[in-house]
Write a protein that binds this ligand. Structure first.
Ligand code: BES
Ligand code: ZN
Ligand code: ZN
Length: 496
């Protein structure tokens, strides 16, 4: 992975580099550890250019010229009093963008800011590495013009001073998380024309080679044998057959918990016969972001040797129209035995998850189960583009996930499972219908899923329809696929 990150037991001014990064609290003057020549240049430049160190801003300072030209990036942390992980990540991301513009090859950096009650050295280091590496991310697979490609550094050297070991541990952890998030982003950004259900299964196989994680791919015959009538029905409209990927991470010692993560992996959601309109269909290559988040999180957790047994179940299908596609009014037999009336072929995610959740619960017998899905537009309407929705039948599990999201720097908000709304998806011809009312659509979708887990297993559902894919550029979430869910699931997996 480029750039490489190295930790050294030296100060910033003792590291050989062609660009170094220093951080500044808003309205202050002290720049930690810059070499004297750059320090002098910075002192003069900061005042002259009126750079105040506002949150998420950065500027370039140069000293010398020609072959001896050296650059320093000064990045703003905002006010000292409100310094937090978010400020640290924004500053790192801003610094990273300047490093690219300056085409710095070897960058020397320090963890941003200073320790305070809220932020420890490992947390500052994590924020630095995540901000830099996720801020560098671009999906460039199809960009052939070299001038349009980003120029990332080859090497980032973290000057840790005496606390090298602490910093090195935090760097390792952050790099594992970044690798997981980038896997998820790459998979989500890859267009559906290049990523069929089987193609996605193969990509995942490849990503996990050598990781120690077991990868088992169920094909359409296996799925038929398992009687996954709902998942198979959704996939029938496509020439590309569905798949179910089962990932298993087993810890070295005994595991106290067994976690099942279930991901919606609709590689393209045209809506089926309840066809989406052009503007709603445009980004529907992202409808496998739940599956991608589960894969990314398990990749990171396996690299970190998480001491819990973790199963991933990814339901992979394409929701299209054809002479074989499922139709409004059809009645499906789910794996659980419950029948479902299809009132809307565009509410396909919950059908895929109904079978995947049932399979996960009965085969892995997990102590808790979390599904992740770009499930409803309603959730994105309710919470906005950067925030995921959380639903759970268990307050302790919900609390842990909210805490994990907070620590990981993701927005997550719990929404209710009003049992009265179960009425909404009543059906006269089957056990239940796959859609309820328009109002409260995120809640009824979650209630539908809840009927496919037993009341005893703690279960949570993350609706990431909003944050999985962003239209506008964001400092470190980027544009397009974000890897949403990966940071939270990694933090959660490590907390068990
Ligand atoms: N994949 C969509 C949900 C979605 C919308 C994800 C926007 C990302 C961004 C899902 O399959 C869907 O179409 N849901 C319908 C449900 C409705 C038919 C009850 C929706 O949200 O409109
Ligand atoms: Zn849909
Ligand atoms: Zn969908």
């Amino acid at each position: 992975m480029k750039p490489r990150v190295e930790v050294v037991r030296r100060g910033l001014s003792d590291v050989r580099s062609d660009g170094c990064v220093a951080f500044l609290f808003e309205g202050e003057k002290k720049l930690a550890g810059l070499p004297p020549d750059l320090q002098r240049a910075a002192d003069a430049d900061l005042a002259r250019r009126g750079f105040r160190g506002e949150r998420g801003t950065a500027m370039t300072v140069t000293a010398g010229d020609g072959a001896s030209r050296r650059v320093a990036i000064v990045a703003g942390l905002g006010p000292r009093a409100s310094f937090d992980a978010e400020a640290a990540r924004l500053a790192a991301a801003a610094a990273g963008r300047r490093l690219q513009v300056e085409r710095v090859k070897i960058a020397a950096v320090v963890p941003p800011g200073e320790e305070n009650g809220r932020l420890t050295l490992p947390q500052r280091t994590t924020a630095l590495v995540e901000g830099l590496l996720l801020g560098f991310y671009r999906f460039e697979r199809f960009i052939t013009d070299d001038a349009r490609r980003a120029h990332r550094p080859d090497l980032i050297i973290v000057a840790a001073g005496r606390r090298e070991q602490t910093v090195a541990r935090a760097v390792d952890r952050a790099q594992a998380l970044v690798a997981g998030a980038i896997l998820a982003r790459d998979l989500v950004n890859t267009p559906a024309g290049h990523l069929t259900p089987d193609g996605l299964a193969q990509e995942i196989r490849r990503a996990f080679r050598g990781s120690g994680v077991r990868v088992n791919v169920l094909d359409e015959q296996d799925l038929a044998r398992e009687r996954m009538g709902a998942l198979l029905a959704v996939g029938r409209g496509s020439d590309q057959p569905p798949r179910l990927v089962h990932l298993v991470h087993r810890p070295k010692g005994r595991s106290r918990a067994r976690l099942a993560l279930v991901g919606k992996g609709v590689t393209f959601d045209a809506g089926g016969y309840d066809l989406k309109s052009q503007d709603h269909m445009a980004d529907m290559k992202d409808d496998m972001a739940g599956a991608a988040a589960v894969a990314g999180a398990i990749l990171a957790l396996s690299r970190l040797a998480a001491p819990v047994e973790i199963h991933g179940f990814l339901g992979l299908v394409e929701n299209l129209v054809s002479g074989r596609a499922y139709k409004p009014g059809d009645v499906l037999q789910t794996r659980s035995g419950k029948t479902v009336e299809v009132k809307n072929t565009d509410a396909e995610g919950r059908l895929v998850l109904a079978d995947a959740l049932d399979y996960a619960r009965t085969t892995a017998r997990p102590t808790s189960i979390v599904d992740v899905a770009t499930l409803t537009g309603a959730c994105a309407v309710a919470l906005g583009p950067e925030c995921g929705g959380l639903f759970s039948n268990n307050d302790a599990l919900a609390g842990r996930l909210l805490e994990a999201a907070r620590k990981a720097g993701e927005k997550l908000w719990r929404l209710p499972l009003f049992r009265e709304y179960r009425e909404h998806f009543r059906s006269t011809v089957a056990d239940l219908a796959n859609v309820g009312k328009r109002e409260g659509g995120a809640i009824s979708a979650a209630l539908f899923l809840e009927t496919f887990v037993d009341g005893k297993t703690p279960w949570a559902h993350l609706d990431i329809a909003g944050p999985a894919f962003l239209e506008d550029e964001h400092a470190f979430w980027g544009r397009g696929a974000t890897g949403a869910g990966v940071p939270t699931l990694v933090e959660f997996g490590l907390s068990l």
